[in-house]
Design a protein around this ligand. Structure first.
Ligand code: AGP
Length: 616
């Protein structure tokens, strides 16, 4: 969480910082701030604002440079609070005792308490409750001992525990920004006499497309038009260029009310791009970028799918496809739990981490743990060269374009389709499905963008059904088999956006306890897919309706039975049952979107959340 930007050598550094922060706001919006070095040597100019989800507009109001101040290098930050409430004193940048150094930070300094008490004993006074501030004071001590800023930051690498990306400026040097990272993301860029640092490429795409990766524990010195990277010993190392395929426009709301509605409407295109070039003319599946070859994939005797939130739900769909088609034992695991178990995996286990951002720290560490235990690893992610993409043995990219809305939508459908296609490829490789079945299923997956387009076309219709949720504070989402991951995703969306208690449950499990919570007026959203459990889900509908629940059902347009058994329907285009998750989530996205807007909630900046979760 948290977004960092740094710029030097620009004629309008403040504008670049503020525009960059707009693009980084999805990473956290509890507070925002910047610090710029005054060229006349009179010190740092710092401004901060902390108004939940309104911090950037508030920051703009105070972003009027002091009269006559020419500004050099600067850093900016948008925060998702971890240590210390979202208040202005806790907003970044943080300064040392003498206001000589400013630092912005993304991540967590795990040993900050120990460092803070050391610093206190040595006479430093703190002005925030954050873990970050210790960095400014540690650097202050190094500078006082004669170190340069980059040497001071190299020293920090030996003192800090945890995950972090940092950018620092010093009052006496209007040209230089120093950056470093461990696990948390940071990239560098340059163009025409300008040097940049940022948490992600969207923040700097308006200024340059010449971008470079920064590796763990490297220290980069960014000056106007130049970037130099050093390893921990101070030896200069080569920079690795990043390939940039996204356009700056792709990360803007473009006439939609918000990013979420834009991204919901982009789903057909996102899916089509994800599937583009994946099918050869002979019907075979082509994963060109996959570095795991047939020999390695044939050795697999088990698959574990890791993910968090929406990406975990995609993993559940992937699990079923791997079992059904590739006949492999498969399990889907919540990454934050998996890492701390004693998972039994070996070099014949394929561990697939699914993550839109490729940065979620829970999933990243779980993936790393799997690798440490000898598993073969694969990442399904939307972000090229992201942390997980670099860590895994193989990577498959969803090509959904930047997803900015906190609620994952277009990336989710792309993840599911890609996982299903991968399962099909494994089935073909292992000979567990006949060629004809592989071609038929591939063909059906290839048609999913059209089905999703038809579902998105019903958006207004779904929003009308959402009116049934007005004033409702508890909703059950029920599904079985193919429908269960859809129900789980629908409940997550309603919780995170509309702040409605929404519980997803396997419908068949209700009678083992939760049905006691159903009372007259309870709303249940039931996903009725027309597969082997179709009649059973109808029985479950009857059970909750008999106890007074009103039922909204997700069912396909050729389903003539379900509508007679429920109070209202969310119709989806008919696709083969096994592929329903890609299409079935669309009405539930709309339901959550409309319910959130009806309650006056900000769908792009939901309470307490951030798009990228880089803390445990
Ligand atoms: C999705 O709507 C959520 N905001 C959240 O559950 C998200 O899917 C989760 O944090 C995982 O993110 P990732 O895909 O970037 O790893």
């Amino acid at each position: 969480m948290c977004g960092i930007i740094g710029v030097t050598g620009a004629s309008e550094p403040l504008r670049i910082i503020l525009e960059g922060l707009e693009m980084l706001e999805y990473r956290g919006y509890d507070s925002a701030g910047f610090a710029l070095v005054r060229i006349d040597g009179s010190g740092l100019w710092r401004e901060r604002a902390a108004v939940r989800a309104q911090s950037l507009p508030e920051l703009h109001k105070v972003a009027t440079p002091p009269p006559g101040a020419a500004l050099g290098a600067g850093i900016g930050h948008t925060r998702w609070a971890t240590h210390g409430a979202p208040t202005e004193p806790n907003a970044h940048p943080h300064l040392d005792c003498g206001d000589r150094v400013a630092v912005v930070h993304n991540g967590i300094i795990e040993n900050h308490r120990e460092l803070a008490s050391e610093l206190e004993e040595r006479g430093h006074s703190r002005s925030s409750e954050t873990d970050t501030e210790v960095i400014a004071h540690l650097v202050e001590e190094q500078l006082a001992d004669g170190a340069s800023l980059d040497e001071a930051v190299r020293f920090l690498l030996g003192r800090l525990r945890g995950d972090f990306a940092l950018a620092l400026v010093e009052a006496k040097d209007p040209d230089t920004i120093i950056g470093t990272r461990r696990t948390s993301p940071l990239i560098a860029g340059r163009s025409d006499g300008v040097g940049l640092l940022a948490s992600d490429i969207s923040a700097v795409l308006g200024t340059t497309r010449e971008l470079y990766a920064i590796e763990d524990d490297q220290v980069v010195v960014v000056r106007p038009g130049s970037i130099t990277a050093y390893d921990r010993d101070g030896t200069e190392v080569a920079l690795r260029p990043l390939e940039v395929s996204w356009e700056v426009q792709a990360a803007r709301a473009d006439g939609f009310d918000d990013f979420m509605s834009k991204e919901i409407h982009e789903q057909p295109r996102a899916l089509a791009d994800t599937l583009l070039g994946r099918f050869r003319s002979d019907g075979a599946i082509d994963f060109e970028e996959l570095s795991l070859g047939p020999h390695e994939l044939r050795r697999i005797d088990r698959v574990v799918l890791l993910g968090c939130g929406t990406s975990y739900h995609a993993g559940l769909v992937g699990r079923s496809a791997l079992e059904a088609w590739a006949k492999l034992p498969a399990s889907a695991e919540i990454a934050s739990e998996f890492r701390y178990r004693e998972p039994v995996i070996d070099d014949r286990t394929l561990v697939i981490a699914t993550s839109q951002s490729g940065e979620t720290v829970d999933t990243f560490h779980a993936l790393r743990e799997a690798k440490r235990r000898g598993a073969m690893t694969l990442v399904v992610t939307n972000v090229v060269d992201s942390l997980m993409a670099r860590e895994a043995d193989g990577v498959l990219y969803t090509r959904a374009g930047p997803e900015v809305g906190v609620a994952s939508t277009k990336c989710h459908v792309a993840q599911i389709a890609l996982l299903q296609l991968f399962a099909l490829d494994l089935a073909s490789l292992r000979g567990t499905l006949a060629d004809a079945d592989v071609s038929r299923l591939s063909g059906e997956i290839a048609h999913l963008p059209e089905a999703v387009s038809a579902a998105v076309g019903r958006f207004a219709e779904y929003e009308l059904v959402a009116e049934r949720l007005a004033g409702v504070n508890d909703v059950y989402f029920l599904g079985r088999g193919t429908g269960l991951p859809i129900a789980l995703e629908g409940a997550l969306k309603l919780k995170e956006l509309a702040y409605v208690r929404a519980e997803a449950y396997p419908a068949g499990e209700m009678k083992h306890g939760p049905i006691s919570l159903i009372v007259p007026g309870t709303v249940a959203v039931v996903v009725a897919t027309r597969g082997p459990l179709y009649e059973k889900i109808h029985a479950n509908v009857a059970e909750v309706r008999a106890r007074g629940a009103s039922v909204l059902a997700v069912c396909d347009e050729e389903d003539s039975t379900t509508p007679d058994l429920v109070d209202d329907v969310l119709r989806i285009p008919s696709v083969p049952e096994v592929l329903t998750p890609v299409v079935g989530v669309v009405p539930l996205q709309a339901l959550a979107y409309a319910a959130a807007r009806a309650r006056g909630n900000d769908v792009d900046r939901p309470r307490n959340l951030a798009k990228v979760v880089t803390v445990e």
